[in-house]
Ligand binder design. Structure first.
Ligand SMILES: Nc1ncnc2c1ncn2[C@@H]1O[C@H](COP(=O)(O)OP(=O)(O)OP(=O)(O)O)[C@@H](O)[C@H]1O
Length: 238
């Protein structure tokens, strides 16, 4: 807890290594990664398929055991952390993954409200519904608020998932290919929203993407190859 107070960086990795499999099949996929993520920035992780981007993202997002190295998330050491502490941390995170995992029996608005259900500081229901409508509308879904997922296109479902991840204004957003199912305009709307949250609320975003159309919006672009970081650049185009 003392460390939590001292650190300004929302994510800090030192000497992180990761292996999959056991015995003969054991294979190292992350090699000695050192990385410090700055608060409020939109950082993009790029690299060829199999280079370890998703593994690194899930380690940082408390979704995998840290095997070796130090990984501080919001000042908390994840290596050896108790499940209870990780659960507490996950509640301060937003996740956007390609598989949207919407509840099929709930409308777009109700799915977004699920993003608020676990939040301890819940507002009154009306304010929550208002927040859900607002975020869905800013993602171009104002006329789909009461639709069930079955009646939405793939890209619309993905935007509902984005709204659900962001409605609670998490400290950190982890996004894996969030724009893959979207056309250029919707993809840019999602990334602009993340960038806007960084500027307005200090939200930090880590995004894995192959989508060249959104690179110009990044603050920082990190490239991985074979489990290691091979380039790390501040984006000067912004
Ligand atoms: N659950 C798993 N069990 C065993 N090996 C795995 C597992 N998940 C990933 N790997 C392996 O770890 C390496 C890194 O995979 P990872 O999914 O992190 O790469 P990636 O850069 O995200 O790839 P992509 O761009 O294709 O999603 C790959 O060699 C992959 O085959």
């Amino acid at each position: 807890m003392l460390q939590a107070a001292k650190q300004k960086s929302p994510i800090l990795l030192t000497g992180v290594n990761h292996w999959f499999g056991i015995g003969e099949a054991r294979k190292q996929v992350i090699f000695d990664v050192d990385l410090e993520i700055n608060p409020g920035e939109l950082t993009i992780l790029m690299g060829p398929s199999g280079s370890g981007k998703t593994t690194l993202l899930t380690l940082m997002g408390c979704l995998r055991e840290v095997q070796k190295g130090d990984l501080f998330l919001l000042g908390h050491q994840l290596r050896g952390a108790e499940e209870e502490e990780k659960e507490f941390l996950r509640r301060q995170l937003g996740f956007i993954f390609q598989a949207h995992n919407l509840h099929e029996s709930l409308t777009a608005t109700q799915n977004v409200l699920m993003g608020l259900a676990v939040h301890p500081a819940s507002d009154r229901v009306e304010r929550q519904v208002e927040a859900a409508h607002h975020i869905l509308s800013s993602l171009g879904l104002e006329d789909r608020l009461d639709y069930l997922p079955a009646n939405l296109s793939g890209g619309q479902k993905q935007r509902v998932a984005v709204a659900r991840a962001l409605v609670s204004r998490p400290d950190i957003v982890f996004a894996d290919e969030p724009t893959a199912a979207l056309d250029k305009e919707s993809g840019l709307a999602v990334v602009r929203m993340l960038k806007g949250m960084g500027e307005a609320f200090g939200t930090t975003t880590l995004m894995v993407t192959h989508d060249n159309r959104i690179l110009e919006l990044a603050d920082r672009i990190i490239t991985m190859e074979e489990g290691a970081i091979v380039s790390d650049n501040v984006n000067r185009k912004i």
